[in-house]
Design a protein around this ligand. Structure first.
Ligand code: GLA
Length: 728
């Protein structure tokens, strides 16, 4: 039973096949947390909650404080501000008296089959009620009338749970939510490494790891998007955990706006993690009768290493986050015009690309930025989503017909949330862009941002997009977002609601994106934000793939894709081969194949020898597709491990096929290079395509390979493709 309640001891127990999560309704109806970790069959863990308090400096409940209970030191299930818990708090509601002392206590609970959707927000979903079970715990702050529902969905077969929170104002007075994190997780020790990403444009999601220290450590975004800088992901991995062994907890927020993941190690050397909407620049007015939903947090626990944590996320997202026609479906092999032509194209040039692409075996042409308004560079026309007939002389339909006639599908680029100051839309509606009174708007890439909190603005963009998408045979849309938000305010929001702006902005984006996806379900949507500036599970709910980075250099891509793989499956990672000259086309292809795969170059400029490599590569892409996209990822050597090499692979579910990729980033004079493979069946024998040798899985995983005779020059790479055979 995934969710049980021991009514005598008032203990909730949530179980997946490999993990247990336990909390209790304590005296005075406080919810205290007891355990989160490897599966245990029983629930006698109440003693774990008792912790030293900070003497009289930890104010305690007057009735039960004498028994040693203190909100300031005991593990709390959902920590509240201003009533004795001095650590970072998940919930703070300013009441009509003007103070933000908040205190929720248990009222009741119910178990729901399956999983309810979150209003207005992306979330994981179930196909049948047997896929998951949800616990709803109702709590109440008696003084303010705030009813807070804590939700827990158990994906029993995955080793995963998700959590979110809904606050309802049952009083007759308004209240202001100052913070409502999606979850609070209290762990008894500080013996963890915090793994997270950092980055910037062209350097997204580089993984870093540091040991927890006393005090607060955090990653967050207040850029209006999940951002290039940090990702809404953190893991806490046991001190001793590696890729293959040890405990790891992974946390990933299904949200594309301002987020925060705060971790505090307290005076008891215990750890608290809270994760949710960033409270900076956030305050939500809740009128009587209104309710507010905080986004969903995905939580994975495994005792089998960081690699297994990633694989659990991948399975969960492929099956319960990615939706629609393109879920688990092979994506068309595309060529994108951006790095091939930037703004300098016309219909004939695109058709010439398509002709050559057809010869190569490419299945779709994507026309990137530059087809609309009078956009010949990035200084104008965002918001004017009508075709530039100086460039596309016979119009869009004629171009698409020509491309379709070659047997290629057609895709198109939009940046729906943006507006150029030099655009018809801006001249007609200068108040439609985000701005605050009396301040000059900052500019980013020569553009402003549309006020997505406004329905009239969203409707206008929706109508414009529909005019293009309904009247033309379009199979794919790339949805871009090329700057961060500053001077955040809306002309329509009242003063007391201005700090709702950031959250309302992303809700508006979700609403528009959802409308487009619902109206055009056959379209493959690829998100993008100057590369991977909005690579998060929120966006994946709408678009099954996201352009991973504007950096297409295969060597620099290694740390970007490696970092992205920590929780996002290969099916989501937009990766293209470009003309960049750091390596030859073999390595560019070998790296991009660990993604959606495609090309982003002028195919007419390819030399004969490069063309030959690319044609073979397209064949390899089809040959390896199944094992890469339906297999399990095993990371072998991190690009950051020694700076010389990077290696990873995929093993099919039945362990009958595997592919491993090895890249030499920087030549190393040391000639010996042993690598032990992972994920194979030790009992099986595998035939290697390249060498025609047969080795046991046990040999390949324990003794490993000595690669002394394989390519080792800077930027070289090779793949090993293995198939199980009967016997040597
Ligand atoms: C962003 C994207 C690129 C391209 C350009 C077009 O930078 O990441 O792939 O679409 O915009 O302006």
């Amino acid at each position: 039973m995934p969710i049980s309640f021991d009514s005598e001891n008032k203990i909730f127990k949530l179980d997946t096949k490999t993990s247990s999560y336990i909390f209790q309704v304590f005296e005075q109806d406080y919810l205290i947390h007891l355990y989160y970790g490897a599966y245990i069959p029983d629930n006698g863990v109440a003693d774990l909650a008792m912790r030293n308090c900070n003497a009289s400096f930890s104010p305690a409940n007057a009735v039960i404080g004498e028994h040693g209970f203190s909100c300031d030191s005991w593990p709390m299930e959902y920590s509240c501000n201003g009533t004795g818990d001095m650590r970072i708090s998940a919930l703070a509601i300013r009441n009509h008296h003007g103070n933000a002392s908040t205190d929720i206590r248990y009222v009741s609970h119910r178990v729901i089959k399956g999983k309810p959707a979150l209003e207005g927000l992306p979330s994981l979903y179930t196909m049948t009620d047997d896929d998951a079970t949800t616990l709803e715990v109702k709590t109440l702050d008696k003084v303010t009338g705030a009813v807070v529902y804590l939700y827990y969905t158990v994906f029993e077969n995955y080793g995963a749970m998700t959590r979110w929170v809904r606050v309802e104002n049952t009083s007759d007075k308004p209240m202001d939510i100052q913070r409502a994190y999606s979850a609070c997780i209290d762990l008894p020790t500080m013996n963890y490494n915090m793994i997270h990403h950092y980055g910037m444009w062209c350097k997204e999601r580089t993984l870093v790891s540091r040991h927890l220290e006393h005090g607060i450590q955090a990653v967050a975004s207040k850029r209006g998007s999940s951002s290039h800088t940090y990702n809404p992901f953190v893991a806490l991995a046991d001190d001793t955990a590696t890729e293959d062994f040890g405990e790891a907890y992974g946390f990933n927020l299904v949200y594309s706006g301002n987020f925060a993941a705060d971790i505090e190690v307290d005076f008891n050397s215990a750890t608290r993690l809270i994760m949710g909407i960033n409270p900076t620049d956030f305050c939500w007015r809740l009128e009587a009768g209104e309710s507010f939903t905080a986004p969903e947090l995905v939580m994975v626990y495994t005792a089998e290493g960081i690699g297994e944590m990633s694989r659990i996320f991948h399975r969960l997202y492929n099956n319960h986050l990615i939706r629609g026609e393109w879920k688990n479906k092979k994506r068309p092999l595309l060529i994108n015009s951006w790095e091939a032509a930037y703004f300098d194209f016309d219909d004939d040039k695109l058709v010439a690309f398509a002709e050559r692409a057809k010869e190569i075996g490419i299945e779709m042409l994507v026309m990137d930025d530059g087809w609309f308004g009078v956009r010949n560079d990035d200084r104008s026309s965002l918001g004017d989503w009508f075709v530039n007939e100086d460039k596309l002389k016979g119009g869009l339909s004629s171009l698409i017909e020509r491309v379709n006639a070659l047997g290629l599908k057609f895709g198109i680029w939009f940046e729906p949330e943006m507006i150029s100051p030099d655009s018809d839309l801006y001249r007609a509606h200068p108040d439609w862009c985000i701005h605050v009174p009396e301040r000059v708007n900052s500019i980013g890439r020569n553009q402003y941002i549309l006020d997505m909190t406004r329905k009239d603005v969203r409707d206008n963009i929706y109508e414009q997009m529909c005019a293009i998408l309904s009247n033309n045979n379009i199979d794919y849309v790339k949805w871009d977002f090329n700057r961060n938000i500053s001077e955040a305010g809306s002309a329509l929001l009242p003063v007391e609601r201005q700090q709702e702006f950031f959250h309302r902005f992303i809700l508006g984006t979700y609403e528009l994106m959802g409308r487009i996806v619902d109206t055009f379900p056959h379209i493959l949507l690829e998100n993008c934000s100057g590369g991977g500036g909005r690579f998060d599970p929120g966006m994946l709910y709408y678009s099954p793939q996201i352009w991973c980075s504007d950096n297409t250099d295969p060597i620099e891509r290694l740390s970007i894709q490696y970092g992205t793989s920590i929780c996002y499956p290969v099916s989501t990672v937009g990766a293209h081969v470009s003309a960049c000259d750091r390596t030859g086309y073999e390595t560019k292809g070998n790296v991009a194949m660990s993604g959606t795969f495609g090309y982003e170059l002028d195919p007419i400029k390819l030399s004969d020898s490069d063309l030959r490599i690319i044609k073979r590569q397209v064949k390899d892409y089809h040959k390896y597709y199944d094992v890469i996209h339906n297999g399990d990822l095993y990371r072998l050597i991190a690009p950051t491990a020694n700076g010389h090499r990077c290696a990873w692979g995929y093993v099919s579910q039945d362990k009958n096929e595997a592919i491993f990729t090895f890249v030499t980033m920087l030549r190393c004079e040391n000639s010996t290079f042993y690598v032990r493979l992972k994920g194979l069946d030790p009992e099986k024998y595998y035939y290697d395509d390249e060498t025609c040798e047969v080795h046991s899985g046990a040999l390949l995983m324990n003794a490993g390979f000595n690669f002394k005779n394989l390519p080792r020059s800077d930027g070289s790479s090779f793949v090993i493709h293995l198939k199980a055979v009967d016997k040597k």
